[in-house]
Ligand binder design. Structure first.
Ligand code: ADP
Ligand code: MG
Ligand code: MG
Length: 253
């Protein structure tokens, strides 16, 4: 069983002037395959910074701590190596990939991760089924990745990736934001299918509690000021829904 271990992770963002602005101040988190964790926190607390750091985004500099996947140092891997190692990141703001169709993108990613091309006949069916499962028009397979996609279509496409690529660890950054109620349900059902397979460790990063009504996390972590300030079970999400983040904020802010 895979395990992602984040220990005392400290990260600064590289500003244009070459300065470093510290954002993460010692994050500790262990996620095992089959577990679902939720990180919840106010805007600007550093949730996306955590996701980008694990993904290897060049804007973020690791200033301390470690991230390992099954004992392997993730922080020394290139972005491609991280994907091949089984890490998957769905970004808060997915990027467009001009000139690359959804079908080609997924096949290339699958080939890179598995080390061999998927069998043509079964792959075509898998892709078709995964798209149908999130109610995506089959025509999307021929469109360029995220180009002109609505917010909801981008998130559905991410769930298609998640289902087909079968990562060991998936980090979903605000997958629920900007979704209408139907898209939220479809996307949540997709996450639940992956959850029920029990092979992937899931980290749901969210500002709102609403997705957690559809996807039940095993663990909830409250994230404030660049670190986890409280941990609990699903009841913690209910507490946040009722009371907000106020009691976790430093006084005077
Ligand atoms: P969250 O996802 O919790 O809303 P972020 O990780 O996006 O928080 O941001 C945390 C803090 O880091 C914020 O104060 C934000 O302005 C700052 N920050 C993040 N990325 C950058 C960046 N590329 N340049 C400058 N500041 C950044
Ligand atoms: Mg934000
Ligand atoms: Mg964010």
């Amino acid at each position: 069983m895979s395990v992602l271990e984040i220990k005392d992770l400290q990260v600064a963002v590289k500003l244009a002037e070459g300065e470093l602005k510290p954002i993460l101040s010692g994050v500790n988190l262990t996620i095992r395959a089959g577990e679902t964790h939720a990180i919840m926190g106010p805007n600007g607390s550093g949730k996306s910074t955590l996701a980008y750091s694990i993904a290897g985004h060049p804007k973020y500099q690791i200033t301390g701590g470690s991230v390992t996947l099954d004992g392997h140092n993730v922080l020394e891997m290139t972005v491609d190596e991280r994907a091949r190692a089984g890490l998957f990141l769905a970004m808060q703001y997915p990027v467009e990939v001009p000139g690359v169709s959804v079908a080609n993108f997924l096949r290339t990613a699958k080939t890179a991760i598995d080390g061999e091309a998927p069998k043509l006949r079964t792959w075509a069916k898998e892709l078709k089924d995964a798209m149908a499962a999130v109610q995506m028009d089959p025509a999307f397979a021929q469109r360029n990745v995220n180009e002109g996609f609505s917010g909801g279509e981008k998130k559905r496409h991410e769930i298609v990736q998640l289902e087909l690529l079968k990562p060991k660890m998936a980090i979903l950054d605000e997958t629920d934001s900007g979704l209408d109620i139907d898209a939220l349900r479809v996307v949540s059902e997709g996450i639940n299918r992956v959850k029920e397979r029990g092979e992937t460790g899931l980290l749901l990063i969210t500002h709102y509690t609403r997705i957690l009504r559809y996807v039940k996390p095993d663990f909830v972590h409250v994230f404030v000021g660049g670190r986890i300030v409280e941990q609990g079970g699903p009841e913690l999400a209910e507490h946040l829904e009722a009371k907000g983040y106020e009691r976790f904020l430093p006084t005077g802010v």
